[in-house]
Design a protein around this ligand. Structure first.
Ligand SMILES: Nc1ncnc2c1ncn2[C@@H]1O[C@H](COP(=O)(O)OP(=O)(O)OP(=O)(O)O)[C@@H](O)[C@H]1O
Ligand SMILES: [Mg+2]
Length: 268
């Protein structure tokens, strides 16, 4: 179970997340929605321990372990995986070596690392399942991959590492209609097999048609402004974030602050 309590996160001296509270139970899928720049990717980086994002206050607990005391690789070994919105390219390292190295840090039940043969068979199957080109296994990680190939490559890593919690940050952006379905099928399969928990960030209704959310939170300006079940996704689709902000009284608050600042500046 992931528990986030009163999380405040800054980057480059600016406060981005301002008191986030959420829980994801084992096997549960949480959809995190919100306008561009509201702090969704920042939340995923904070969970994973990205060095540019400073946790100013609050707690992130995973299965009773305080993640804030753990390095990013330790968080990964605890079973947390992040499929990034903009995956990095790693020149000089093949996909195959990259994934094998990561897997070798996770010894099997007999304490040994996975054999090269078993690894190769599993990798080939995963590439087939994702309808990826075979040669992608031996190309450098994400280098010269198309946008969609990069996104599928994140899911390839997820399939190989079999995390207990996956954070998928806009996994559907850049994927064509068929690829969204293929990726969703693969996510759902792993979820069923391992009771994997999911934190899904997406702007598009289509992804949530394939991967069902148990609960939904909406973040605006670094705060959770609305929570609900999957019907909230339809509500956002129909009315947009402006309506959500109005419901939460955000516009009024901003207007009030701006008015106060304006009056102060003009000694009114
Ligand atoms: N390293 C950083 N330094 C300074 N500001 C940052 C940094 N990272 C993010 N921000 C700012 O924090 C805010 C939240 O960014 P974030 O990437 O978390 O948004 P998001 O909700 O994921 O948006 P999108 O839907 O466009 O992906 C933005 O205003 C962004 O410019
Ligand atoms: Mg983002």
């Amino acid at each position: 179970m992931l528990e986030i309590k009163d999380l405040w996160v800054s980057a480059s001296g600016t406060m981005i997340l301002k008191g986030i509270n959420l829980v994801i139970n084992d096997g549960e899928t949480l959809a995190v929605m919100g306008p561009n720049g509201s702090g969704k990717s920042t939340l995923s980086y904070a969970i994973m321990g990205h060095p540019q994002y400073k946790v100013e206050k609050g707690e992130i607990i995973y299965n009773g372990v305080n993640l804030l005391e753990k390095t990013t690789d330790e968080r990964s070994l605890l079973g947390i995986f992040l499929a990034m919105q903009q995956p990095y390219e790693i020149s000089g390292v093949t996909n195959r070596d990259f994934i094998k190295q990561a897997l070798d840090k996770r010894p099997t039940s007999d304490g040994k690392v996975q054999s090269v043969y078993k690894f190769a068979v599993k990798l080939e199957k995963a590439i087939n399942d994702l309808h990826m080109e075979k040669d992608l296994a031996d190309r450098y990680v994400n280098e010269d991959f198309s946008g969609g190939e990069k996104k599928k490559n994140e899911i390839l890593q997820m399939k190989m590492l079999e995390p207990s919690l996956s954070i998928l940050d806009e996994i559907d952006s850049g994927l064509d209609v068929d690829a969204v379905r293929v990726v969703s099928d693969n996510v759902n399969e792993l979820k069923k097999k391992n009771n994997m928990s999911l934190l899904i960030i997406s702007h598009y209704h289509r992804l949530y048609e394939y991967i069902k959310a148990d609960k939904v939170v909406v973040i605006a300006d670094g705060r959770i402004v609305k929570e609900g079940d999957a019907s909230l996704i339809d509500y956002i689709d129909q009315y947009g974030y402006d309506q959500i902000k109005k419901d939460a009284g955000i516009e009024d608050e901003v207007e009030l602050l701006e008015t106060c600042a304006f009056k102060e500046a003009h000694n009114a």
